[in-house]
Structures are given as structure tokens and as C-alpha cells.
Design a protein around this ligand. Structure first.
Ligand code: MN
Length: 201
């Protein structure tokens, strides 16, 4: 038995709860197989190294190569899978008075302008990677494209919301239609959770 330094997160919803935006089959592959593999790989790689007892954010900030890739993908997917809720459970308008929504209007002009920039950056990211909404140390919001396993913590930013544009995130349900997948994801974002991340100290 290998020692378990990192474990697979528990999903805060049933595997079919995000249908039809994300199918149970995609959850079974994306969460059950892809994310599990990153966890298994990292546990093998960190054994006997300084990284075995480090939080993921610190590993991502300090490591390179295979350890960085697997730790980065775990951090990315943990934030990704815990930002969803079933469609219809409440959209951004339910928290229009929140600090997050006020900052979105302040920094992008409107919620719709923010969505348009986010979708555009997700659609045009070449190859595999992630589009992120993050906050800088002053609380200003920024959208970045991160290649492969990268996370905005490497730029000193606080990651808030993300869309995974690796093909494994959408190919079962949307085939090559990445833009359609990104547009559909707005239906299942848990904005209370994104606001909690924004206001967390
Ligand atoms: Mn993924």
C-alpha cells in the first residue's frame, strides 16, 4: 500500500445532478478517472520528498515538472468541481448585492461583458488549459488563460472561478463544440461559492 498524502475530493452533488449541462458519464470519466489519476500520480511522486505534507497551493508555487503538473491539475479540478450546483438552484442575480457582483460590474462594466470576455478567452485558448477569474491582492478582478496544468496562484492571484478547456471536460457531451459547452456552464455555477472564495481572507 502506498501512503495516501492526497485524496480525491468528495463532490457536493450527485454524479447526475449537473445533467444535461454535464452528463453523469462525463463526471464518471472526468472526476472518477482523470482526477483520480492525478491524485494517484501525485501520491507516488511526492513520497519521500519535501512536498508530501505541503498544501497543494504551495506545491504548485514551488515545484516543476511532473509534480507541478499533477498537483496543479488536482488544485484546478478541486476548485472546478466544487463551484457547481444543479441548474435552477440560483443564478448570479440572487446575489446581486454581493461584494463579488459589485466588483464584476466595477471591473468589467457589466455581468454580461464579464461573461463575454470569459467565454471569448476560453474559446480562443489554444490547446489544453483553463480560463480563470481571479482577484489580485487589492480585490481587483482579472480573467486569465492558463496553459496545461497552470493555476493563477503562480502569478500571486486568488483563483475564484474556472472553466476547464481540456477536451476531456466536454468531448463526451459536446464533441468539438467547446464554445457551446462554455456557454452552458453558466447554468450550473454556484455564485454563492464564488462570492465566498472572493470574500475569504
Ligand atoms: Mn479536466
Amino acid at each position: 500500500m502506498l501512503p495516501l498524502f492526497f485524496t480525491l475530493i468528495t463532490l457536493p452533488y450527485a454524479p447526475n445532478a449537473l445533467e444535461p449541462v454535464i452528463s453523469q458519464e462525463t463526471i464518471e470519466y472526468h472526476y472518477g478517472k482523470h482526477l483520480q489519476t492525478y491524485v494517484d500520480n501525485l501520491n507516488k511522486l511526492v513520497a519521500g520528498t519535501e512536498f508530501e505534507s505541503m498544501p497543494l497551493e504551495q506545491i504548485v508555487a514551488k515545484s516543476q515538472g511532473a509534480i507541478f503538473n499533477n498537483a496543479g491539475q488536482i488544485l484546478n479540478h478541486n476548485l472546478y468541481f466544487t463551484q457547481f450546483q444543479p441548474a435552477g438552484a440560483g443564478d448570479h442575480s440572487a446575489i446581486s448585492d454581493s461584494e463579488l457582483m459589485k466588483a464584476i460590474v466595477r471591473d468589467f462594466g457589466s455581468f454580461e461583458a464579464f461573461q463575454a470576455e470569459f467565454e471569448q478567452k476560453g474559446t480562443t485558448l489554444f490547446g489544453s488549459g483553463w480560463v480563470w477569474l481571479s482577484a489580485d491582492k487589492d480585490g481587483k478582478l482579472i480573467i486569465t488563460q492558463e496553459p496545461n496544468a497552470n493555476n493563477p496562484v503562480t502569478k500571486g492571484l486568488k483563483p475564484l472561478l474556472t472553466m476547464d478547456v481540456w477536451e476531456h471536460a466536454y468531448y463526451i457531451d459536446y464533441r468539438n463544440r467547446r464554445a457551446a459547452h462554455l456557454k452552458a456552464l453558466w447554468q450550473i455555477i454556484n455564485w454563492q461559492e464564488i462570492n465566498r472564495r472572493y470574500t475569504a481572507k
